[in-house]
Design a protein around this ligand. Structure first.
Ligand SMILES: NC(=O)C1=CN([C@@H]2O[C@H](COP(=O)(O)OP(=O)(O)OC[C@H]3O[C@@H](n4cnc5c(N)ncnc54)[C@H](O)[C@@H]3O)[C@@H](O)[C@H]2O)C=CC1
Ligand SMILES: N[C@@H](CC=O)C(=O)O
Length: 347
C-alpha cells in the first residue's frame, strides 16, 4: 500500500481544492490510483502554518476560515508562515507549491521550488513564474536529486496539455500553436458580450477563483505570455524569455468593439501563439484577435480555454477544457502526483 506524504505551500483556492479532493476521495484512491495521500504540513503567508507528521485531517483544513493567522486556531498550528520548515522538515515526499505567480522574477515561489528539490522532495506546482522563468534550472535540480518536477496545471488548469503534447503527440512534429490560454479574460469577454461592464466582469472572475492575485496579469496578457513561453520552450524547443513575446491584453477593448464584432458575426478573443518559421526562428505573440464564427477557437466561451497545435503529421490538433478554477486546477496537481506514482512504479 503506497502512501505519499504531501506538504502544501500556499493555501488559497488551488491547494485548498487539493485538500478538498483528498478529504472527498482519498479512501478510494488506493483502489483506483494505487496510492493515498497524507497531508503532513501546510504553510501560507496569510493563514500561517501547521505541521502534523502523523497526518492532518484534510476536512478540518478545508473548513479553516480564510482569516489572518487562522492556523493558530488548530492544535500545533502557528500564525507564522514557516515555509522553509514545512518544505524541508515536515517529512513530506511531495511538495505542492501553489503560491502567487510572480511574472517578473518568479520569486519567492522559485526559491520554494529549489528548497523542495534540493531536499529530495518531488515537486508539483501550478505556478507559472518558476516554469516560464527558471524551468531549465529546476529541471536540472530535480534530475540531480533524483526527484520529479511536474507542472501540468501551469497551462490550461486541469485540462491536459503539456503532458498530452509531450507524450501523446511526441513525434507528430509540432510546428506551432495558437490558443485561448487565460480563463479570466475569456470569461470577461463572454460577460461583456452579454452587456456586463469590464470591471464587474473582472470582479466576478475573482469571486469564482479564476483571476490572479493581481488581475492585471489576466487582462493585460502577462499571464498568457508566461504560458506561451512555457509551451514554446517545452514543445517547440524554443529558448524564449518573456521579452521575446509581444504582448497586448484585452483592457483596450470597449463595449462598442465587442458589440460591433457581434453584429459582424465575430468575437474578440485573447490569443497566445507561437510558430516556428522555415529558418528555425520562433515568432510568439499575445494579442486580442477578431475571430470569424467559423474559426475553431471562436466558439470557446466562459473560463474554458483551448489550444490548437499545428503538427506536420496530423495537421491541427485542438484541445479544449477548463482554463481556470480551484477544483479544476487542483485536479492538475493530482494528475502530477499520478505521473510521479507512474514514474516510480512503472505502472
Ligand atoms: N486559480 C486558478 O484557476 C489557477 C491558478 N494557477 C496558479 O496557481 C497558483 C495558486 O493559485 P490560487 O490558489 O488560485 O491563488 P490564491 O491567491 O487563491 O492563493 C495563493 C495563496 O498563496 C499564499 N502565498 C502567497 N505568497 C506566499 C508566500 N510567500 N509564502 C506562503 N504563502 C504564500 C497566499 O496567502 C494565498 O493564500 C498561482 O500561482 C496561480 O497563478 C494556475 C492555474 C489556474
Ligand atoms: N488567472 C489564470 C489562472 C490560470 O492560469 C486564468 O484566468 O487563466
Amino acid at each position: 500500500m503506497t502512501e505519499y506524504k504531501i506538504a502544501l505551500v500556499g493555501f488559497g483556492g488551488v491547494n485548498r481544492g487539493l485538500a478538498q479532493l483528498i478529504a472527498d476521495s482519498n479512501p478510494s484512491w488506493q483502489a483506483t490510483l494505487g496510492f493515498s495521500l497524507k497531508i503532513v504540513g501546510v504553510t501560507d503567508l496569510f493563514l500561517g502554518s501547521i505541521i502534523g507528521r502523523d497526518g492532518l485531517d484534510a476536512a478540518t483544513l478545508v473548513r479553516l476560515p480564510a482569516a489572518k493567522g487562522a492556523f493558530a486556531q488548530l492544535p500545533g498550528g502557528s500564525a507564522d508562515a514557516m515555509n522553509e520548515e514545512v518544505i524541508k522538515h515536515s517529512g513530506a515526499d511531495i511538495v505542492a507549491e501553489a503560491t502567487f505567480t510572480n511574472p517578473v522574477d518568479g520569486e519567492p515561489a522559485t526559491s520554494f521550488c529549489r528548497w523542495a528539490l534540493q531536499a529530495g522532495k518531488h515537486l508539483v506546482t501550478t505556478n507559472k513564474g518558476p516554469i516560464a522563468l527558471h524551468a531549465a534550472e529546476l529541471k536540472a535540480l530535480a534530475d540531480a536529486h533524483g526527484v520529479r518536477f511536474e507542472y501540468e496545471g501551469a497551462v490550461m488548469s486541469g485540462t491536459p496539455v503539456i503532458r498530452l503534447a509531450k507524450q501523446a503527440l511526441a513525434g507528430s512534429r509540432i510546428k506551432g500553436f495558437e490558443g485561448i490560454l487565460n480563463g479570466t479574460s475569456n470569461f470577461v469577454l463572454t460577460r461583456m458580450e452579454e452587456g456586463l461592464g469590464f470591471a464587474e466582469a473582472v470582479s466576478k472572475a475573482q469571486a469564482l477563483g479564476y483571476a490572479e492575485a493581481d488581475p492585471t496579469a489576466d487582462v493585460e496578457g502577462f499571464d498568457v505570455r508566461l504560458k506561451v513561453v512555457i509551451l514554446a520552450n517545452e514543445l517547440l524547443g524554443a529558448h524564449l524569455g518573456v521579452n521575446d513575446v509581444s504582448c497586448k491584453g484585452i483592457s483596450g477593448l470597449s463595449a462598442a468593439d465587442i458589440d460591433a464584432a457581434q453584429r459582424d458575426g465575430a468575437r474578440w478573443k485573447l490569443i497566445g501563439a507561437a510558430q516556428r518559421s522555415a529558418d528555425g526562428s520562433i515568432h510568439a505573440s499575445v494579442e486580442p484577435r477578431l475571430l470569424k464564427a467559423e474559426h475553431p477557437l471562436a466558439g470557446i466561451s466562459e473560463a474554458i480555454n483551448a489550444v490548437s497545435f499545428d503538427t506536420e503529421l496530423l495537421g491541427a490538433v485542438t484541445v479544449s477544457g477548463p482554463g481556470a478554477g480551484r477544483i479544476e486546477t487542483a485536479f492538475a496537481l493530482l494528475s502530477d502526483i499520478i505521473a510521479i506514482h507512474t514514474a516510480k512504479t512503472g505502472q
